[in-house]
Structures are given as structure tokens and as C-alpha cells.
Ligand binder design. Structure first.
Ligand code: DQA
Length: 142
């Protein structure tokens, strides 16, 4: 089982950006937490972060034939990107959308998610534990 964990724009700024919303854990802390969890469960993980929409599309396309599942937090592109939605649809890899904050309890524009249309599940507002829940879901199928 190989899972690709994709983080979009500004998630490299975790720990610095709006800590009241996103917490004090850094992106490096998040990567460590995901790797440790996956190792314990004997799941292969690849971590990828980019601030650029096209790079995120490339990462999804490159997962074709390699990844069994995708965990994706597209950051602000969640609310705007048809290109990321189409990439997920193109590769047909099982995907789970994750948001650290509870996007449905914030501004109206954050309630819209294009990528959700290509995801089996959305986990929102569980902090960084949401990534681990998404991995467990893809690994266990529940
Ligand atoms: C986010 C929520 C998005 O609205 C925001 O643009 C982000 C992070 C989250 O993890 O809560 O960058 O995806």
C-alpha cells in the first residue's frame, strides 16, 4: 500500500501562519508525524508540498500507476481549482480531502470545494490528526 500525501500552498508555513487556526506544529513536524504513523502501520508514504497549482497537477498525474491512494490538502486551491479536480479524476486513484481547520465553519468561500467531487471522504477540523485518519481510511477502507 503506497499513499501519496499532497499539501498545497502555504502549508509549508505551518507553525508560523495563523497559529490560532492551524496550530503550532510545523510542516516538518507534520511530515514526521505522518511518517511515524505510516511506519507503525507498515504503509508506504510519499510526501509532497508545493505552492504551485500546476506542480500539484503534475504530482497527481505522476502518481498514476504508483500510488494506491492520495491524501490531499490543496490549501486555498480547494476552493478554486478545477485543474486539481480534473487531475484526480484523470488518474482515478482513491482520494481523501483533508483540512486542518473546519472549513465549513469559516468564511463562505471556504465552504466550496472542487476537489471534494473526486474524493471519497473529507476530513475537516481535526487538526493534523486528520491526515492520519485519512491514511487509515485509505488503508482500511472504512
Ligand atoms: C486549509 C483551509 C483552506 O481554506 C486554506 O486556504 C488553507 C488550509 C486547511 O487545512 O484548513 O490553506 O486547507
Amino acid at each position: 500500500m503506497n499513499i501519496l500525501v499532497i499539501n498545497g500552498p502555504n502549508l509549508n508555513m505551518l507553525g508560523i501562519r495563523e497559529p490560532g487556526i492551524y496550530g503550532r506544529e510545523t510542516y516538518a513536524d507534520l511530515c514526521r508525524k505522518i511518517r511515524e504513523h505510516a511506519e507503525k502501520k507498515e504503509i508506504g508514504v510519499t510526501l509532497y508540498q508545493s505552492n504551485h497549482e500546476g506542480d500539484l497537477v503534475d504530482a497527481i498525474q505522476q502518481a498514476y500507476g504508483k500510488a494506491d491512494g492520495i491524501v490531499i490538502n490543496p490549501g486555498a486551491y480547494t476552493h478554486t481549482s478545477v485543474a486539481i479536480l480534473d487531475a484526480l479524476k484523470a488518474v482515478s486513484i482513491r482520494a481523501v480531502e483533508v483540512h486542518i481547520s473546519d472549513v465549513d465553519a469559516r468564511e463562505e468561500f471556504r465552504k466550496i470545494s472542487y476537489v471534494r467531487l473526486a474524493c471519497e471522504k473529507t476530513i475537516s477540523g481535526h487538526g493534523t490528526d486528520g491526515y492520519l485518519e485519512a491514511i487509515d481510511y485509505l488503508a482500511g477502507g472504512n
